[in-house]
Design a protein around this ligand. Structure first.
Ligand code: ZN
Length: 44
């Protein structure tokens, strides 16, 4: 999930999974595709 946040008068997009910030929603969404904190291998 990507959350929009205001910082220094600009809108940033934060990845809810790892907290990383992006200055474009497109970049944030692209990152989210690869950010997989609940990968099945972690539970094994
Ligand atoms: Zn992430």
């Amino acid at each position: 999930m990507v959350a929009a946040t205001q910082k220094d008068g600009e809108t940033w997009y934060q990845c809810d999974e790892c907290g990383m910030l992006f200055d474009s929603k497109r970049d944030a969404k692209a990152h989210e595709e690869y950010c997989d904190t609940d990968s099945p291998s972690y539970l094994q």
